[in-house]
Design a protein around this ligand. Structure first.
Ligand SMILES: [Zn+2]
Length: 644
């Protein structure tokens, strides 16, 4: 074992007693030294990686993500799929990014530098170098551990798709050679796709970051030491266990703020670190407040935040393409120098990205294959938190004359969209970025809000807490979430999840027609009696016949409630299993029908058209349900004009 490697492993505590107290199974250990050249925009790194074979089979090759190669040329899989655009930002074709492996050696001193190659497990695109495979001369035995020393050089792209530089601002994410995940004896190591985030094993990280002295640095985990080097550069050492990634940011224009966050119940104590760009200082209180809210809400509702630090990075002006991204114990938010308080963009982004510390950070699902498990569950949590702190009717926009709740913002995304894909689909198999986004974020969140209204708020809260508690520091699949929901609620839920996760269709129930007519007085011959003469007319006590036809306008079958209101104030509630295409309800009463509504409480927030959920006989003096009209109804109407 080389001295450097032994030192690195000692520092990592890989074989130490500290690992015994681990929260996760710590399959990997990374000890990385990296130096930033801010002029050349390059990184020079040396990493000692330990990887433990958790399977019962010997493993003869190790695949690595080389994510920065997504930005190497215009023929990579990422660039082909995205067309060079990501979340509304374009890449700079004069500022490509890449990562090269310089050397690979085992702890026995064996040089593997010539025994690796790029592979393309997803699409065979030979221009894509985002996955490399290292072939071992001696396989890693079952339950054995291998230690590799890897030297690499990387160039950061001009900030694009979460990583890169803008002037002196550096967001360094997905920057080091990162081993895939061995699951059931099979490697899971996908190429970097336009519509996909990441997946990795838990472990322990220790990273030494060297930068010129003018830079302010933030990184995953607490800072364990700082030193000034003979050449004047500064080195910041961060270490964190039980995480599956490591990111850092550096900028001379960051102003650093630190604040302790303490919660009694459940007990939480952590240090909030804010790196706010100097041009955004006027917005900093909004970040502080939102992060406190995130810590409080998630700790109380899902489980206590367990890490020593949480770092918020505020991207520099011109670096918004690095904003709104999560890494373990560090995330990027985003704001502008001037943003009215009623546009809660920094609040929403802060709570959302902090939330990923739970749904992705700790509950580490596979973002390549089942993105809804982090984005959908996290968007659901974001809506719950935003509504809790700001009110459901104005949690996103609260301006004079314009109020939009976070849930309605996501409804607007879903109701006006085409239906090409189900929620559960590998990220790169969606028809496009729009379909990926509306399905895995908005539609999945609305599905969970609908489930909450079906199960009841208390049971849903228990589902979420149980899911977090059971699957934190592990890699759950969709079936695991469904099983928790079924176990906690005691209900069979395949009918729900099969539709919302696996079918691209829609949920839409409508009141098709309502009528209310006085029944004519009997006229004609009845039995052996005489013919009564004359036309039917009105009589006191005459019966009124009312009809309501409800209609399943969408493909999904959800049980529905129908509420029918009569002029005398009486109400009738009907239950319908929702299976047939339509159902007619007939009433013979002394009172006229006033209105009928399907899903009168608005439980089915997945219903793509609420404007057709109710009908009145008379022109309405006031809307039957406020939110079916007003702004949302109006926008929905506009969207329906262009919806095919
Ligand atoms: Zn997200």
């Amino acid at each position: 074992m080389k001295k450097g490697i032994a030192l690195g492993l000692a520092a990592l505590g890989i074989f130490s007693a500290a690992a015994a107290a681990a929260l996760s199974d710590r399959v990997v250990g990374y000890d990385i030294r990296v130096e930033l050249d801010p002029e050349a925009k390059t990184l020079r790194g040396r990493q000692i990686l330990s990887w433990r074979n958790t399977s019962e089979e010997a493993v003869g090759s190790l695949p690595f993500h080389l994510y920065l190669n997504a930005f190497k040329n215009n023929r990579t899989t990422f660039m082909r799929e995205s067309g060079g655009a990501h979340r509304g930002f374009r890449n700079d074709p004069g500022a490509w990014g890449w990562i090269d492996l310089r050397s690979v050696r085992t702890s026995r001193g064996e040089d593997l530098s010539s025994s690796w190659r790029h592979i393309q497990p997803d699409d065979g695109n030979l221009d894509d170098e985002t996955v490399a495979e290292i072939l071992l001369s001696q396989p890693v035995p079952p339950r054995g551990t291998i230690v590799l020393e890897i030297e690499f050089e990387a160039r950061l792209p001009k900030v694009f798709a979460r990583s890169g530089y803008a002037g002196d601002f550096f967001m360094v994410g997905q920057w080091f050679p990162k081993i895939g995940v061995l699951q059931d004896g099979v490697w899971n190591c996908h190429q970097y796709h336009a519509n996909s985030e990441f997946f990795a094993d838990f472990g322990e990280y220790r990273v030494e970051i060297t930068v010129p002295p003018r830079f302010v640095v933030g990184a995953t985990g607490p800072r364990v030491s700082t030193r000034t080097n003979p050449n004047g550069t500064r080195t910041y050492v961060h270490a964190q266990g039980d995480v599956h990634d490591f990111a850092w940011a550096a900028c001379p224009d960051f102003v650093e703020f630190r604040e302790r966050f303490v919660l009694d119940s459940p007990p939480v104590e952590t240090e909030m670190i804010f790196l706010v760009h100097k041009s955004h200082l006027g917005q900093k209180e909004r970040y502080f407040r939102s992060l406190r809210q995130g810590l409080e809400f998630f700790s109380r509702n899902y489980g206590p935040y367990p890490y020593e630090t949480i770092t918020l990075v505020d991207p520099a002006p011109g670096a918004m393409a690095a904003g709104g991204m999560e890494y373990p114990t560090l995330f990027t938010a985003g704001t502008m120098s001037f943003l009215p308080a009623g546009i809660r963009f920094p609040e929403l982004v802060t709570i959302h990205e902090f939330g990923h510390g739970y749904w992705y950070g700790m509950v580490a699902s596979n973002e390549f294959e089942e993105a809804w498990l982090d984005e959908g569950i996290n968007t659901y949590s974001e809506i719950k938190a935003m509504d809790h702190y700001y009110g459901p009717d104005r949690s996103f926009i609260d301006l004079p004359g314009l109020k939009i709740g976070d849930m309605f913002y996501h409804r607007l995304a879903v109701i006006g969209s085409g239906r090409f894909d189900p929620i559960l689909r590998r990220s790169w198999e969606f028809v496009g970025g729009g379909s990926y986004g509306l399905n895995v974020y908005s539609k999945a969140a609305l599905a969970l809000l609908t489930l909450e209204r079906i199960l009841g708020e208390d049971i849903m809260a228990k589902v979420m807490r149980t899911y977090f508690e059971k699957w934190k520091f592990r890699h759950p699949r969709s079936e695991d979430f469904i099983r928790v929901a079924e176990e906690v609620s005691g209900r069979e839920l395949d009918w729900f999840f099969d539709q919302v996760l696996r079918s691209p269709d829609k949920l839409d129930y409508a009141v098709s027609s309502v009528s209310s007519e006085k029944e004519a007085v009997p006229t004609g011959r009845f039995g052996a009696g005489a013919v009564t003469a004359g036309p039917g007319g009105e009589e006191a006590g005459q019966i009124i016949r009312s009809e309501v036809v409800v209609w399943r306008a969408g493909e999904w079958v959800f049980p529905q409630e129908i509420e029918v209101v009569f002029e005398d104030g009486s109400k009738v509630r009907e239950a319908w299993d929702g299976r047939e295409r339509w159902r007619k309800f007939v009433y013979r009463r002394p009172s006229r029908l006033v209105s009928a509504a399907v899903d009168p409480e608005g439980k089915c927030v997945l219903d793509v058209n609420w404007a057709n959920n109710s009908k009145r006989l008379d022109p309405p003096k006031a809307p039957l349900r406020k939110h079916t009209l007003g702004l949302v109804g109006w926008v929905q109407h506009l969207l329906s004009l262009i919806q095919l």
